[in-house]
Ligand binder design. Structure first.
Ligand code: BES
Ligand code: MN
Ligand code: ZN
Length: 493
């Protein structure tokens, strides 16, 4: 774990005092801003000259580090692009870029100069705080540092900032980093037991509780689909339920369900060896759910939420489930397992039907690295969403627009349900070969939510990133923690 958990706020910075690293945003079409004046003064007009002479044009994504030789030792300019195209996402990216530069220059801290725009101050503050913390994340638990490596451990926002948003930004971004950690640990460490322990630890907070079912217990409850996937597992499988009761007693909760597959070898329908290591990220849905629960634990909002995490490995071997096996899910539906690698939908089938039956939620949101097909369709840049309720889908889209985590809806027209009909069981766990694979996953899950409003997030493309991005280093991304936290908090107001 390496990330800074809190951005400090310095409303009235004194730029004549020694400072290692200060970053400031520059718009392409605005030149030196009033907020820049104090910095420019401390640098004897250097900043103004650099901008006026066009050495730094403020293009979005561009940056320039000035070594001043003075007490204000390094000043990083980060481009904000055109004023008319400025959004909170641009601010988040710029803040992420700023921290990235500080880390690259082996600095112990990064201060970012806040500024005012047409955007609401709360949104801008939260975005900058998020960009700073998320950009400070590096996963280096297993790598010994080089001798002169400094760990960046201070982040600060200078100048204008809104204090409630500062707190909310700190808490949500820290929860995203926490989710990234869960994702990034390998499968020999991040076992179902460890995931259950993480849940239990979060649930020590007020108004929260956690219950963990082991193999015997969830099998007895009727979770035949989870039990089937878990047949080949070496690590003990778990079914985890968390409840947060911040709302009125008896008010129906929002349900969050996350795929907690700690390693997906494909099972008997084994995956190719190439990049199979990435299947340690197959518990990303669980990580997202735990990240959101952590925010709720800290913010204690007035709402009821239930979380369900089915967690197991999907392994091959003598005791593993076979292609052709027929299992019975919690809701009584029989499933023909034609491909043991389509295991995510199996474990979610039990989790979804369990929460519907036992918790009668007003809405369900599930998170799963469910299909490789979603990567083929929309790549790493957006989460595929599907659902049975327009209003809930719109809620997700609205939250997505706020947090900058892109979503793209795929249809679940009823004709697609034909594709998962089985000759020998109620349904089968795969659709048509090579066709609409993500939708096939969606219509399968739909069989287990009944009439409850539900949205499925296929995060197989967004849960981890190959390339470093300004506030998302390569590896686990903690996707959808911010988005669904936003959605839940919107429901409270
Ligand atoms: N965990 C995988 C999906 C996945 C693939 C996530 C690539 C991230 C990157 C899932 O369990 C899976 O194996 N899905 C199969 C379904 C198929 C057998 C119908 C897939 O996508 O190939
Ligand atoms: Mn699989
Ligand atoms: Zn999987």
């Amino acid at each position: 774990m390496s990330y800074v958990k809190q951005v400090e706020h310095t409303p009235k910075p004194d730029f004549t005092r020694p400072l290692d690293f200060l970053a400031l945003g520059v718009f392409k079409d605005k030149g030196l801003q009033p907020g820049h004046q104090a910095v420019d003064g401390a640098l004897d007009g250097l900043l103004g000259k650099v901008i006026e002479r066009g050495d730094f044009k403020g293009k979005k994504g561009d940056s320039l580090v000035l070594f001043t030789g003075g007490p204000l030792a390094r000043v990083a300019l980060v481009g904000l692009g055109e004023t008319s195209k400025f959004t909170t996402e641009v601010a988040r990216l710029a803040a992420g870029n700023a921290v990235g530069l500080a880390i690259k220059h082996n600095q112990p801290g990064c201060a970012l100069l806040g500024f005012e725009t047409e955007l609401p101050a709360e949104e801008l503050t939260q975005a900058m705080v998020e960009g700073l913390i998320l950009g400070s994340y590096r996963f280096q638990d297993y790598k010994k540092p080089e001798k002169d490596d400094k760990v960046l451990d201070q982040l600060a926002l200078y100048g204008p900032a809104e204090s409630d948003s500062l707190v909310r930004g700190n808490i949500t971004a820290t929860a995203v980093c926490f989710a990234r950690d869960l994702q990034n640990h390998p499968a020999n460490i991040m076992t179902p037991t460890r995931i259950a322990e993480a849940a239990e630890e979060i649930a020590r907070s007020p108004r929260m509780s956690c219950r963990v079912f082991d193999r015997e217990q969830f099998t007895k409850l009727g979770m035949g689909a989870l039990a089937g996937v878990a047949l080949g597992a070496n690590q003990p499988p778990k079914f985890i339920i968390m409840e947060y009761k911040g709302g009125p007693q008896g008010a129906a909760p929002v349900a969050l369900v996350g795929k907690g597959l700690t390693f997906d070898s494909g099972g008997i329908s084994i995956k190719p060896a190439d990049r199979m290591d990435e299947m340690k990220f197959d518990m990303s849905g669980a990580a997202t759910v735990l990240g959101i629960m952590r925010v709720l634990a800290e913010l204690q909002p007035a709402i009821n939420v239930v979380a369900a995490i089915p967690s197991t490995e999907n392994m091959s071997g003598g005791s593993a489930q076979r292609p052709g096996d027929i299992v019975t899910a919690y809701n009584g539906k029989t499933i023909e397992v034609l491909n043991t690698d389509a295991e995510g939908r199996l474990i979610l089938a039990d989790a979804l039907s369990y929460v519907v039956d036992r918790h009668k939620p007003v809405a369900i949101i599930d998170f799963a690295t469910l299909t490789g097909a979603v990567l083929i369709a929309i790549g790493h840049r957006a989460t595929g969403i599907m659902g049975n309720n327009e209003d809930l889908l719109a809620d997700v889209q609205r939250a997505s627009a706020t947090t900058g985590e892109r979503v793209w809806e795929l249809p679940l027209w009823e004709e697609y349900s034909e594709d998962i009909k089985s000759k020998v069981a109620d349904i089968k766990n795969i659709g048509m070969a090579r066709l609409a694979g993500t939708i096939a996953g969606g219509v399968f899950l739909k069989e287990f939510v009944g009439e409850t409003p539900w949205v499925h997030l296929d995060i197989a493309g967004t849960a981890w990133q190959d390339k470093d991005q300004p506030y998302t280093p390569g590896g686990g991304s903690g996707v959808a923690v911010r988005m669904v936290t936003q959605l839940i908090l919107d429901r409270c107001s």
